[in-house]
Write a new protein. Structure first.
Length: 199
């Protein structure tokens, strides 16, 4: 309990050192809002481009990214079910710059999605996409703490969910990835016949 109290104190102290205070330049607030709310659309755009414009190898990379991210988000949801941690504005602590539902903050869904997708791409040799998303992940993590809807440890929890998900999915994908990719390609060809797959 003492260790938990010390970590919680550190979490709050770290949060207050990052969280935007009144008087923060409007341009920085708007940049943070863009990172926190709109970079999310980058992931489906990248995945769609890899699926419809790439070859079988890139489709396999896109597919394992989707599966890993969904698994990581499921782990995060399970964690939130058994451990509720209030968001900063629920305590209240610091300053909040965007509207958010008063649900559990740990781990961050946004962080989990970005970190798991980035790591999955890196592990499966889509290094350009993985490196790009990893860089964006850092901005997303910073922005959501900066804007007052998450604690720093929520982002560390998200990174942990992403690592665990990738560790569990990677060996399974190595064994069944080709079969799953073939099946999804067949489904895609029927559903999106106007966009024939390449390679």
């Amino acid at each position: 309990m003492v260790l938990f109290a010390m970590l919680e104190l550190l979490n709050k102290k770290w949060f207050l050192s990052i969280n935007a205070a009144p008087g923060t330049p409007d341009g920085l607030i708007e940049f943070a809002k863009f990172c926190a709310q709109y970079t999310l659309y980058l992931i489906p755009i990248i995945l769609a481009a890899m699926w419809f414009m790439g070859n079988r190898h890139t489709r396999s990379q896109a597919l394992v990214c989707v599966i890993t991210a969904l698994f990581a988000l499921s782990l995060g949801a399970l964690c939130s079910t058994f451990y509720f941690h209030p968001r900063p504005f629920m305590i209240p602590l610091g300053h909040t710059w965007i509207v958010h539902a008063p649900d559990s903050s740990f781990p961050s869904d946004h962080g989990t999605l970005f970190f798991s997708a980035a790591i999955a791409f890196m592990l499966h040799k889509a290094r350009a996409a993985g490196g790009f998303l990893l860089a964006v992940s850092l901005f997303v993590a910073w922005s959501r703490v900066f804007l007052g809807v998450h604690f720093p440890f929520d982002m560390l929890g998200a990174l942990l969910m992403a690592i665990i998900a990738n560790m569990l999915i990677a060996p399974v994908w190595k064994k069944y990835g080709e079969t799953v990719t073939t099946m999804c390609e067949a489904i895609s060809s029927k559903l999106f016949f106007l966009f024939p797959l390449k390679g």
